[in-house]
Design a protein around this ligand. Sequence first.
Ligand code: SAM
Length: 206
Amino acid sequence: MTGEPDLKSAYALNTPEDAKRLYATWAETYDSDFGDAQGYLMPREVVRMFVAAGGQGPVLDVGAGTGLVGEGLAAAGVGPIDALDLSNEMLSVAKSKGVYRKTIAADVTQPLSAGPYSGIISAGTFTMGHVGPEGIPPLLEIAKSGCLFVISVNAKHFESAGFEAFFAKLDTEIDAFSFEDVRIYSDKADLSHRYDIGRIVRFRKA
Ligand SMILES: C[S@@+](CC[C@H](N)C(=O)[O-])C[C@H]1O[C@@H](n2cnc3c(N)ncnc32)[C@H](O)[C@@H]1O
């Protein structure tokens, strides 16, 4: 990892401590240097799917970062929304947006004490160098029965981290599993990531 706050260094992260270090330096510029400059589409895509599926609060935004998903949910009239993230610096920017009921500094792969939630949403967090299928069981524990999950998983990561086999094994714990593949970035993005695909999975806790 180079320590430079960009996609290359984000995908090369190995540990939660690496992630905390990288995002501490990225928080203030993330929305402009990454979100706007790369035409980052995923936050609005997960919000679109969540709203279309009738998602309701209370909602947990997992890996909320600077709050791009929370802003979209709030604009769609969904709430209350809580933000969970490893990075205090990212959460501090998210808090300043004024759309979250509370912010929770925590690692999603560890047991969580928040909730229970009617909706769980996430963009850009289940990706290379970040969170694998091990982030799902702690979330099922804090979800109400029938809770709507809408989670984007980088398509390459979906394959390499074993998400397909993982979801197949959850057979009795989840209902109505479906997915949609969408572009993560617009044509504004650097060529190296311009056509990257995210798989947005949607299911309900049984
Ligand atoms: C690419 S950012 C996405 C932020 C926001 N959801 C968005 O779409 O703009 C990934 C976020 O995941 C957080 N993250 C990485 N690993 C995590 C973990 N194990 N638990 C909670 N958050 C984590 C990072 O701190 C970072 O804020």
